[in-house]
Design a protein around this ligand. Structure first.
Ligand SMILES: NC(=O)c1ccc[n+]([C@@H]2O[C@H](COP(=O)([O-])OP(=O)(O)OC[C@H]3O[C@@H](n4cnc5c(N)ncnc54)[C@H](O)[C@@H]3O)[C@@H](O)[C@H]2O)c1
Length: 341
């Protein structure tokens, strides 16, 4: 086996615990250091994570054997972190969204290309076993011509979830709320199956939480292939229901709930055993309820991509798509008209 790949993490918040578990379970991964923007967090973070923690980004990036930087800070700060890592010649695996606007996503793609480093994005639900079954069926044409694809992320977050954070629900650092933070995973799965989106009509509202972003919203999508789509998303929809993905084709349909197939009606295929699947769970009501297995698959793929000098499973161009659709939905809601992508 070649020597382990040294990993540094930018951010010391709740999602970092997932990475710590993944790294400890992957032989080819070695945690080197972390970076936090708050100097008063350094000591407690070193105690928590057991490796050196820096509040100076240059010192963090200068650590020996640092090959890959995982971006786990606030969404609207991903860009500055990605740029710093890319300019230091490090490969990058960023949490979703890559950035909160398409202009900012394009900037990070450019800087990574200029510096010859790989940029992967964590949209980990793409590698759940059930989703892969559905993806294969759709891509093999088993559902026939696609007619309609729906994503429903009708979740709930408490007021404390937002009031206890200086970035969640803000336009600058979260890019919005229910669509950009929570809904993006299922929206990404939907677009990946249904193809390019031509136009959207969206309506988003802030009804319950004291935040800038939306806590309830709905959108109609027109896919370039002719199919239509519906998205509903929220973080005010008590008590929070498992997210659903529905794909309807001319020949058959498949429904998923909380990452698992709950209906498989596809002629000439064997229905998967839909009662015995382990999954990563749903963050419908509790953001900490997600497991780490899909994150581990994404990280393992990124390590292989570095070793084999190939593209990661979800690269930047793929990750850009959901950010573009979500921003078009926001734009449509503001203008009260159909927006072309
Ligand atoms: N892929 C997923 O399913 C998933 C799940 C959760 C979060 N995320 C993404 O990960 C990123 C970070 O989210 P998070 O939930 O970890 O946010 P978080 O609020 O827990 O942490 C974000 C940042 O806040 C600061 N912070 C957190 N706790 C701190 C403390 N005790 N003292 C000082 N500073 C502190 C740190 O700078 C940290 O990097 C976001 O981009 C989010 O979209 C992805």
């Amino acid at each position: 086996m070649s020597s382990p790949i040294g990993i540094g993490i930018i951010g010391t918040g709740s999602i970092v615990n997932n990475y710590i578990k993944c790294i400890s379970e992957l032989e080819e991964a070695n945690l080197v250091a972390l970076y936090t923007k708050s100097s008063d967090r350094v000591k407690s973070a070193e105690k928590q994570f057991g490796v050196p923690v820096f509040s100076n980004v240059d010192e963090f990036l200068a650590q020996n054997n640092l090959d890959l930087v995982c971006i786990c800070n606030e969404s609207g700060r991903h860009g500055e972190a990605i740029k710093a890592a890319a300019q230091a010649g490090k490969h990058i695996l960023s949490e979703k969204p890559l950035e909160v606007t398409t202009d900012k996503v394009d900037e990070v793609i450019k800087v990574c290309n200029e510096n010859g480093v790989k940029l992967g994005c964590v949209l980990q639900n793409r590698c759940s076993a059930d989703y892969v079954l559905l993806e294969t069926a759709v891509k093999d044409g088993k559902l026939g011509k696609l007619l309609m694809g729906n994503a429903h992320i009708n979740w709930y977050r408490s007021e404390e979830y937002y009031s206890g954070s200086d970035w969640r629900g803000t336009l600058q650092y979260d890019g919005g709320a229910a669509f950009m933070n929570q809904g993006i995973h299922t929206i990404d799965l939907l677009i990946n199956l249904m193809g390019e989106v031509g136009s959207v009509y969206g309506k988003v509202q802030t009804r319950v939480h004291r935040i800038e972003g939306e806590d309830v919203g709905s959108a109609i999508l027109n896919f370039n292939g002719g199919a239509i789509g519906n998205i509903t998303a929220g973080t005010a929809l008590y008590p929070g229901y498992p997210e659903r993905l529905e794909i309807y084709g001319e020949k058959g349909s498949v429904l998923m709930e909380a990452g698992k197939i709950v209906e498989w009606n596809v002629p000439d295929t064997t229905a998967p055993n839909i009662t015995s699947k382990d999954g990563d769970g749903s963050g419908a009501a509790d953001p900490t309820a997600i497991g780490h297995q899909n994150h581990k698959t994404v990280l393992a793929d990124m390590l292989m991509a570095i070793q084999e000098d190939r593209s990661p499973m979800v690269g930047a161009d793929e990750a850009r798509k959901a950010v573009a659709v979500i921003n078009a939905i926001y734009d449509s809601s503001k203008k009260e008209k159909l927006v072309q992508l």
